[in-house]
Design a protein around this ligand. Structure first.
Ligand SMILES: *Cc1c(COP(=O)(O)O)cnc(C)c1O
Length: 417
């Protein structure tokens, strides 16, 4: 990349050169993951005889929508599960997770969240914060949260304290989200699921798979998870799906979730897909490559900003199981300035200057830079975070590595002046 027009050209080009020297093994590793996942998806499309008819979609009730059914089977293959439901009617990842759990819980049942504090929006669903109408607490479904061990593992020794006769589900959130803890790699998930199943064979394991899809070569369904869910405006939509979510898992559990999404008696059998199927099939096909681009972007962001003296988490060149990348700045001004410059180097709304403001569910002001094609799409490059110490911004996503590279270099250059 030509860096000669930068104001701090000599410093930044030296850092980029140093990063490029260490880049080859990482590039090979990421390409290996992309190829393995691409092969898996291609094989699913071939096996399911996906045809141009499957891309057309339906209206009205959406009965006999062969494309919708085939998309579910393709997801099930890719995620190592018996069945899957993939729909534009899921408004977000939170909705898909809520439907999956609501559909499979009854009054009096209990859930154990074994990966510590749940993702912000899930706290509302569970009734751990706020009193949103219809939350789990209103249905007499209780959640027990078990913090992770200091090293970020599920506290298997302490599970007997929280798993009771009434416990139906153990939930593990793969990605750390906005928490300060490591995300949980698939290999670790496998051990955790095995230990839980061995001691409590009747308890189901649910994985919040948001942001983790295709970062590794296997998914939670391949290592024994009963049910998992995620959002199509994150990894599996490949940047093309404009909305939607998925639930994958054991057939009987997916059916119960479908009863919750639509209505008992309707279940999986209806739900118009409109123009969704073309973008969902194409996006899922591209998803391994797009996730690879975002991963390269995350490593580059971490590497460059670390050289500039900032704390990054995860550190560059360390293995990943999700796309989360945080950077801690030295003060408020730096953080805001950096995020504003990420916006400035976005394809959409580049001329807009984001300013910190209040956001429901957050203490203090939050800055959000996201010049994305699809509103809130976390697979596209964004930079956001609460403007308070330690001034940590989440700088992640990206449909193209080249874009992430350009935006991060420019933002750093401007900030250094
Ligand atoms: C994104 C995300 C969710 C769901 O978020 P939505 O914004 O509702 O799609 C849940 N859990 C984790 C870990 C996430 O990253």
């Amino acid at each position: 990349m030509d860096t000669s027009d930068l104001q701090n050209a000599s410093k930044i080009s030296r850092w980029i050169e140093e990063i490029e020297e260490a880049w080859a093994p990482l590039q090979r590793e990421i390409e290996g993951v992309v190829e393995a996942n691409q092969a898996k998806i291609l094989s699913a499309y071939r096996k399911e005889h996906i045809s141009d008819d499957h891309l057309q979609g339906s209206d009205g009730y959406g009965y006999d929508d062969a494309g919708r059914e085939a998309l579910g089977r393709v997801y099930a293959h890719a995620f190592g599960t018996e069945a899957a439901i993939v729909r534009p009617q899921f408004v977000s990842g939170t909705h898909a997770i809520a439907a999956a759990l609501f559909g499979n819980l009854r009054p009096g049942d209990e859930i154990v969240y074994a990966s510590g504090d749940p993702y912000e929006t899930m706290k509302e669903v569970l009734g751990l914060v706020g009193d949103s109408p219809g939350n789990f607490r209103e249905y007499d479904i209780q959640t027990r949260v078990l913090p992770l061990t200091p090293s970020g593992d599920v506290h298997l020794d302490r599970l007997p304290e929280v798993i009771h006769e009434k416990t139906k589900w153990v939930v593990i959130q793969r990605s750390k989200g906005y928490d300060e803890r490591p995300s949980i790699p698939i290999q670790q998930l496998e051990q955790q699921i095995r230990s839980i199943k061995k001691r409590w064979p009747h308890v189901y394991v649910f994985i919040d798979n948001c942001y983790g899809e295709f970062v590794e070569t296997i998914e939670p369904g391949h290592v024994g998870a009963d049910l998992l869910a995620g959002s199509l405006i994150k990894n599996p939509g490949g940047g093309l799906a404009k909305t939607g979510g998925y639930i994958a898992g054991k057939e009987s559990l997916v059916e119960r979730a479908a009863s919750r999404l639509s209505a008992p008696g309707i279940g999986l059998e209806a739900g118009a897909t409109g123009s969704f199927l073309g973008e969902a099939f194409q996006g899922f096909f591209l998803a391994p490559m797009i996730v690879g681009e975002a991963l390269k972007g995350a490593h580059f962001t971490a590497a460059l900003l670390e050289k500039a003296g900032f704390q990054t988490n995860p550190a560059p060149f360390t293995s990943r199981t999700d796309l989360i990348q945080s950077v801690s700045f030295q003060d408020e001004e730096q953080m805001i300035f950096f995020c504003q410059n990420i916006q400035k180097y976005s394809p959409i709304n580049a001329y807009v200057t984001p300013i910190p403001g209040p956001l429901p569910g957050y203490e203090g002001d939050v800055i959000m830079a996201a010049g994305t094609f699809i509103q809130g799409a976390s697979i596209e490059l964004s930079a956001d975070g609460p403007v308070k110490p330690p001034y940590t911004a989440y700088v992640q996503g990206g449909l193209s590595f080249a874009h992430v590279k350009i935006a991060v270099i420019q933002a750093l250059d401007t900030m250094m002046n």
